[in-house]
Design a binder for this molecule. Structure first.
Ligand SMILES: CC(C)(COP(=O)(O)OP(=O)(O)OC[C@H]1O[C@@H](n2cnc3c(N)ncnc32)[C@H](O)[C@@H]1OP(=O)(O)O)[C@@H](O)C(=O)NCCC(=O)NCCS
Length: 156
């Protein structure tokens, strides 16, 4: 993907580009703050598997959000992780990252995208629903702390 400067739906100017190795520290800071369950080795492994699927948003040269996409064996896209620096949430960055993902997957002729989200994470669920995802399942004890996941899917 060529880097793109865009204005989010909330008027924040950001640059969206592919992840680079030098971003891993910032990505891990954002991921730890967001209490996701990844680790740097896993993210780097996923990056090696599909570099195009690892996208970051930056503002003034600093990474403020990221998203990791993978391709499933069923040839669906999956949003493996998405998080925005807490200081920049609610400004349209998550929505912009997801839109970028949809376009990338469509370019690869992928017809569906899915994701898992914590039952308690209504903010993320609201975002996904507003972008066309629907609930297709429920996985008890999906997360390490025992919380269940809602499975969501969207036709691209
Ligand atoms: C989920 C997350 C990535 C969304 O990113 P974001 O940049 O804050 O989201 P956006 O500003 O693009 O918001 C899009 C929609 O999300 C919902 N939303 C975002 N912040 C919200 C808030 N504080 N309260 C209620 N709804 C909110 C709204 O539906 C919003 O749509 P609107 O702007 O039209 O009202 C971000 O909140 C985050 O990093 N959370 C922690 C990590 C996480 O939960 N990741 C998802 C794991 S599945």
């Amino acid at each position: 993907m060529k880097p793109m400067v865009i204005s989010t739906t909330k008027g924040l100017e950001i640059r969206i580009r592919n992840f680079e190795m030098a971003d891993i520290r910032r990505v891990m800071e954002i991921e730890e703050e967001a209490f996701l369950e990844g680790d740097a080795d896993l993210y780097l492994e996923l990056y090696r598997e599909w570099p195009e699927g690892f996208i970051v948003a930056e503002r003034n040269g600093r990474v403020i959000g990221f998203e990791v996409l993978i391709l499933t064996p069923e040839e669906e896209g999956r949003v493996f992780a998405i998080a925005v620096d807490s200081r920049f949430r609610g400004k349209g960055v998550g929505r912009a990252l997801l839109k970028t993902a949809f376009n990338l997957l469509r370019k690869h002729k992928i017809g569906f995208v899915r994701l898992e989200v914590r039952v308690s994470n209504w903010i993320a669920q609201r975002l996904y629903k507003s972008m066309g995802f629907t609930e297709i399942g429920f996985v008890p004890f999906y997360y390490k702390d025992g919380e269940a996941a809602i499975l969501m899917r969207k036709v691209l």
